[in-house]
Write a protein that binds this ligand. Structure first.
Ligand code: CTP
Ligand code: MG
Length: 226
């Protein structure tokens, strides 16, 4: 399940940032290729804006992305876009939610995540914080947080479908809006496992990320050549 229905305000391109190119391809095509090439991925459900559907379909065709089985209409918040994907999914397998704006997800990480979620029911990708982390409400340092316990969380996040459905139903009942799916699952007190990912799984959010993205793309291409 890939939410792609945002507007990319912080990128400031004046249109959905996912259409911006990294190398030769739009950002979201790089993201979809990771799953297209993963033999374990059976289908991709994409949440899009209605007015962008045709342009997206044309790109899927051009870049031979064949695993998108459904395109659903996204909502005003990311969580609503993911809800739309979840409603469209009728299976009972392990579902992954992954931001279309994270084109550098590695197949080995997806694999490790799915292995974990298949066993435990809920697992998310993150990396350990490298910097010293402090809690500073109102700009005044309260404490230095133990870095060993801190993770910077990314997507994908993977769940057995019934776990995510239950969490999503509860969030709707409580009108709770989270910034990731894990928050919803945490609220129903289902344990969520951390899977260590890679620092290059950055979200293309601002212009700087795009510059970093161009460098990362070159590195990935070099890796593929050797
Ligand atoms: N997304 C979505 N529906 C929304 C908002 C976001 O499907 N209503 C998607 C985005 O397209 C993106 C992912 O969720 O792939 C992560 O969101 P984010 O990086 O915040 O993208 P935008 O919301 O588009 O950017 P911004 O917050 O800067 O406007
Ligand atoms: Mg956003």
């Amino acid at each position: 399940m890939i939410p792609a229905a945002g507007s990319g305000k912080r990128m400031g391109a004046g249109f959905n940032k996912l259409f911006l190119k990294l190398g030769e391809k739009p950002i979201f095509i790089h993201t979809l290729e990771a799953f297209q090439q993963d033999p374990n991925c059976r289908e991709i459900i994409l949440a899009v804006k209605n007015e962008e559907k045709h342009e997206i379909e044309a790109y899927l065709h051009q870049f031979e992305i064949t695993k998108v089985t459904q395109m659903v209409e996204g909502g005003s918040e990311r969580q609503y876009s993911v809800d739309a994907c979840l409603s469209a999914y009728k299976g009972d397998g392990v579902v992954l939610v992954h931001d279309a704006a994270r084109p550098f997800i590695r197949r080995a990480v997806i694999h490790a995540l799915v292995q974990e979620a298949a066993v435990s029911g809920a697992a998310i990708v993150g990396v350990k914080a490298k910097d010293t982390m402090k809690l500073a409400p109102k700009g005044i340092v309260q404490e230095t947080v133990n870095r060993d316990h801190l993770w910077i969380v990314q997507t994908p996040q993977a769940f057995r479908a019934e776990v995510l459905r239950k969490a999503s139903t509860q969030a709707k009942a409580d009108q709770f809006l989270g910034t990731d799916e894990s928050m919803l699952v945490e609220r129903i007190e289902y344990p969520v496992k951390m899977v260590e990912g890679t620092y290059d799984n950055v979200k293309m959010t601002t212009q700087e990320d795009l510059a970093i993205g161009e460098i990362l793309l070159k590195r990935v291409q070099q890796e593929e050549e050797v």
